[in-house]
Design a protein around this ligand. Structure first.
Ligand code: NAD
Length: 240
């Protein structure tokens, strides 16, 4: 495929590429993306995912929040796929400077990536809202109903950015910095519908904006290269 050859050439010439990704990066690891959740599983929930994983819903109905969270957002058996692995190799090879992700699954770190900016937090960090004690994701998954702190009984909340909550300012600034200095920006597996994360692309100043996605995005007209396909399959064909 001609597009793949172009991407390979650009990667070979790159020393500060940045990858910006979303839920589509992990679908080949068996974690459903958001749109699929919306379409496929809505029947068993009274509200759309955007409503359930909002801050106000968490406060009003923590039981229903955690029923959804544990069933649809905690995928503790998922393993990195070819996309996660190739990105880690590209970092080791000195071509990729950072991964910026909207995902909360920790699969980039599991694949070996070192510089990972998690815009929306991580399911692997959870804190008691009363005493601050930390818990892992297995603790959350195993809890019956609302997870409570084993030290003080407070409600344990995932370090995940819920709708209505702000993004961590420091992480956002770092992401802007990496994107500004990038000699190439690869955007993959994201519908680019969730702000402010999607707006980060506007900080890229170069002429090597690559989009790798299964479906069209609102940024297609701005891209210098579009590769339509499954990101794991596409990345498995690249050399680090
Ligand atoms: P999204 O669900 O809005 O969009 C996913 C995009 O990826 C779609 O455009 C889809 O066509 C594409 N896609 C799906 N599988 C693909 C594949 N194998 N190869 C290439 N493209 C593929 O996801 P989003 O833009 O990340 O926004 C949803 C929000 O939900 C984010 O904020 C994210 O934090 C959260 N989320 C995270 C996870 C996770 O951590 N794995 C999973 C679901 C949702």
């Amino acid at each position: 495929m001609k597009e793949l050859e172009t991407l390979q050439t650009w990667l070979d010439e790159s020393s500060s590429a940045v990858f910006f990704g979303g839920a589509g990066v992990s679908t080949e690891s068996g974690i459903p993306d958001f749109r699929s959740v919306d379409g496929l599983y809505n029947q068993s929930y009274k509200y759309p995912p955007e409503t359930i994983i909002s801050h106000s819903f968490f406060v009003q109905d923590p039981e229903e929040f955690y029923r959804f969270y544990k069933e649809k957002m905690l995928w503790l058996d998922a393993r990195p796929n070819a996309a996660h692995k190739k990105l880690a190799e590209l970092e080791t090879a000195g071509k990729l400077a950072a991964v910026i992700t909207q995902n909360i699954d920790g699969l980039h770190q599991a694949a070996g990536s070192k510089v990972v900016l998690e815009l929306h937090g991580s399911v692997h960090r959870n804190y008691c809202q009363r005493c601050g004690k930390g818990f892992d994701a297995a603790y959350m998954k195993a809890a019956a109903g609302v997870p409570r702190c084993d030290a003080c009984g407070g409600v344990v909340k995932p370090d995940v950015v819920l709708y209505e909550e702000g993004l961590d300012q420091h992480t956002l600034e770092l992401a802007v910095d990496y994107i500004r200095r990038a000699d190439m920006l690869i955007v993959g597996g994201t519908s680019l519908a969730v702000y402010p994360a999607a707006g980060l692309i506007n900080y890229y100043r170069g002429h090597r904006l690559v989009l790798v996605n299964k479906t069209p995005t609102p940024y297609d007209a701005r891209a210098d290269l579009i590769i339509t396909g499954k990101i794991g399959e596409v990345f498995s064909r690249l050399r680090a």
